[in-house]
Write a protein that binds this ligand. Structure first.
Ligand code: IPE
Ligand code: IPE
Ligand code: MG
Length: 260
């Protein structure tokens, strides 16, 4: 069997993850611990996003994906959902200039159809104003669910097969992966969840198949550049094997390191 057929780009240790994904959890508890309404936690959490984006830029992370609102978060009280959508729009307006200055490309992933046309228009404008930026791609997941993502990819595959533009016998893992949102970007190398819970909560289910997982007990509003630096240090120490043995990884790494 050919051992180099893996789709994974590098089994050697990569010092800096190309793609960091974050489940930004703990806003509500952070606020409650301080006797504040949950929504105060969401406002404080927006500041952490800025700090983490800036640290990613300093470290050379190419893609940052943050989970801001899940497809299950519609189950929350209406008033909280309202504050979250208003906060999203305000933050987008305020941060757009800063994103342009810092060469950040913004993308929103998720099903935006239930949101107001005002929100959708703001997203379209912000995405097009930043589309040529290159220092960092910031993906914000809103009304996103990993199951929704796989389902919409399957629907696209089925409709292409129906229309006759895609043959059923070429439908394989890469055909499905190519129809997921953000398919032009690498899969997350490092997936962080703050707030102490150890679950994915329907985040990037397919794309996280080989992500390194990192759980922080800090609530999201407490997560700052130093906390991200700790996660990146932890990541740099890990050996990613993608199914191979440690010996194979070491052998490959030392052959890469040998002077030619
Ligand atoms: C994460 O913080 C933000 C969203 C899910 C919108 P939470 O609001 O889930 O905070 P906790 O988990 O209740 O503390
Ligand atoms: C996950 O957090 C979603 C986001 C951070 C946007 P939740 O707080 O919704 O997750 P559960 O409900 O505790 O699993
Ligand atoms: Mg939560």
């Amino acid at each position: 069997m050919n051992e180099t057929t893996s789709d994974h780009p590098a089994a050697e240790p990569a010092a800096v993850p190309a793609h960091v994904a974050i489940v930004m959890d703990g806003n509500g508890r952070w606020a409650r611990q301080r006797g504040l309404p949950r929504t105060a936690g969401h406002r404080a959490g927006a500041k952490s996003v800025r700090a983490v984006v800036e640290e990613c830029l300093r470290r050379g992370v190419a893609v940052l994906t943050v989970f801001a609102f899940s497809s299950e978060n519609w189950r929350r009280p209406q008033a909280e959902i309202y504050v979250l959508t208003e906060l999203f729009m305000t933050t987008l307006r305020v941060e757009l200039r800063r994103m342009i200055e810092h060469d950040v490309r913004l993308r929103i992933i998720g099903d935006l159809s239930p949101f107001s046309s005002k929100l959708q228009q703001l997203v379209t404008e912000a995405e097009s104003a930043t589309q040529h930026n290159q220092a960092l791609t910031l993906q914000v997941a809103i009304n996103y669910g990993g199951r929704w993502d796989v389902t919409q990819a399957v629907r696209r595959l089925l409709s292409e097969v129906n229309e006759g533009t895609l043959a059923l016998d070429v439908v394989d893992e890469s055909a499905l992966a190519a129809r997921l949102v953000g398919a032009d970007l690498p899969d997350p190398d490092l997936l962080i969840r703050t707030g102490g819970e150890k679950r994915l909560s329907n985040f990037l289910l397919w794309q996280a198949a080989y992500s390194e997982l990192y759980f922080s007990d800090l609530m999201w509003p407490e997560f700052d550049a130093d906390a991200l630096a700790l996660a990146l240090t932890d990541f740099a120490r890990r050996q990613r094997r993608f199914g191979q043995t440690s010996e194979q990884i070491r052998a490959r790494h030392s052959s890469v390191m040998e002077p030619s």
